[in-house]
Write a new protein. Structure first.
Lengths: 178, 275
């Protein structure tokens, strides 16, 4: 009895560390798109990963850890957005990006601003479908809503994004993606 | 040009995150700290359960929502906590390895001798040591473990509660184990069948089932202690407050038998420890 927990802890630490190294940047990006604030996104990811560490032994390591931490991020992100201390948004704190011909500061701010203007459910649907590439059925399962609601929320979200994003290419966004 | 353009813009807007994830040590430390806090919270609940049983302390209804937190006046760095008592005293509680850690081995010998399915929790079994003077008396112990089978994960519980440390409690007190129920109040498992049977050698054992997914056996021993063993194929039932986002698959029909559970709870190898 005394030896097994130590081996288990070492294995958990190693597997968890590998997971963090492979996934952290993706999780941070997801959180940032959900909440629109770099520091809040970091907080969300830290909380989600801490919860994941606790649950690690009970998760099958076949991808369900991704679903587990994704759901924490999505739910926690929305919860955090309702807290008073999260009402202050500062565009000045958005990170600097390497200047490239295709990506200017205005381009980045515009997208984050447009996402932040969406209703929470629309924002979650957009991030889950377009950023994480989940199917309609997967989004419905994650958010515990019907596939019809996913479709309608996607349509409304894209319509709102079109009205706010100036890139003419985005005018061709359709809700037919599945 | 299509939705890929939106993905492109998302990628550009989050390019700064590429620099994250080169060091996992901070996340590892936070995960360990969260695990320790959960362990201490559970430990406090155990301590309070014993306090309720021994001293008759009752908690207000409003405290029941946060059983573990309510009486804790402050916390110091893990693993010592400070508990405020109703009489104004404060006691520090620390944790040391439990002398009943061998319980797992005994239970495994009945349920899964090869230990291919029964896995110990990664938190060592511990007991609380209080600074408040208490007379030595017999103590039981308990643990939860994991049942891994057919790609699913269930939960296992064993507890040995000394005489006086189980039974009905006042309405506002924290519920604990009872000899007349198939219920571990801090877990989510509920049994659809619960009845008292008499074994071939005359022992009266309470057994419970929920289909082929959950099994319960409890026995009041000659020394007055209550032994309880439970296997539930649904690992989410380890705590009612478990994260709803948890996605653990369940074991629809754990390969355990009531006979094995009965043999376990009637095994005198589980001994009370005096301290």
């Amino acid at each position: 009895m005394t030896g097994q927990p130590m081996r288990g802890n070492a294995r958990r630490d190693r597997e968890f560390s590998d997971y963090v190294l492979n996934r952290r940047s993706r999780l941070l990006a997801t959180a940032y798109l959900l909440c629109g604030d770099r520091h809040a996104a970091e907080d969300l990811v830290q909380t989600a990963l801490a919860k994941l560490y606790v649950a690690w032994p009970r998760l099958k390591h076949d991808g369900s850890e991704d679903a587990y931490v994704r759901r924490i991020l999505v739910n926690a992100g929305i919860d955090a957005s309702r807290r008073p201390w999260r009402r202050e948004q500062s565009a000045a704190e958005l990170p600097e990006l390497p200047a490239t011909p295709a990506s200017g500061l205005e381009d980045r701010d515009e997208l984050i601003t447009a996402l932040a203007a969406l209703a929470p459910r629309q924002r979650r649907v957009v991030v889950l479908r377009y950023w994480l590439g989940l199917s309609i059925e997967e989004v419905a399962a994650d958010l515990q809503i019907t596939t019809g609601t996913v479709k309608s929320q996607t349509s409304k979200a894209l319509q709102n994004l079109r009205s706010q994003l100036t890139d003419p290419r985005l005018a061709e966004l359709t809700e037919d993606r599945s | 040009m299509n939705d890929n353009d939106l993905l492109d813009r998302m990628t550009r807007s989050t390019a700064w995150t590429e620099e994250s994830g080169t060091d996992s040590s901070a996340d590892l430390a936070r995960g360990r700290a969260r695990l320790r806090r959960r362990r201490v919270g559970s430990g406090v609940a155990v301590v309070l359960t014993a306090a309720v049983a021994v001293t008759g302390i009752t908690l207000g209804t409003s405290q029941l929502d946060g059983q573990a937190e309510a009486p804790v006046t402050s916390t110091s760095p893990d693993p010592t906590i400070i508990i405020g008592m109703p009489d104004g005293r404060t006691c520090t509680v620390t944790y040391v390895p439990a002398p009943t850690a061998y319980y797992f081995d005994v239970l495994a010998s009945h349920l899964d001798a090869g230990r291919t399915r029964l896995k110990p929790d990664q938190i060592p079994q511990q007991r609380a040591v209080s600074s408040c003077p208490e007379p030595e008396k017999p103590h039981g112990g308990g643990f939860t473990a994991t049942w891994e089978e057919a790609g699913g994960i269930g939960v296992v519980y064993f507890g040995l509660a000394e005489k006086g440390a189980y039974g009905p409690v006042p309405a506002n007190a924290m519920p604990g184990l009872r000899a007349d129920q198939c219920l571990q109040p801090s877990m989510g498992t509920r049994f659809t069948s619960c009845r008292l049977i008499t074994t071939d050698d005359g022992k009266q054992v309470r057994v419970g089932t929920t289909g082929s997914q959950a099994f319960w056996a409890s026995y009041v021993r000659p020394d007055g202690a209550l032994a309880v063993a439970m296997v539930d194929g649904n690992g989410r039932n380890i705590a009612p407050s478990a994260d709803p986002a948890d996605t653990k698959p369940i074991v629809a029909a754990p390969s355990v038998t009531l006979d094995a559970l009965i043999a376990a709870v009637t095994d005198p190898a589980f001994q009370l420890e005096t301290y």
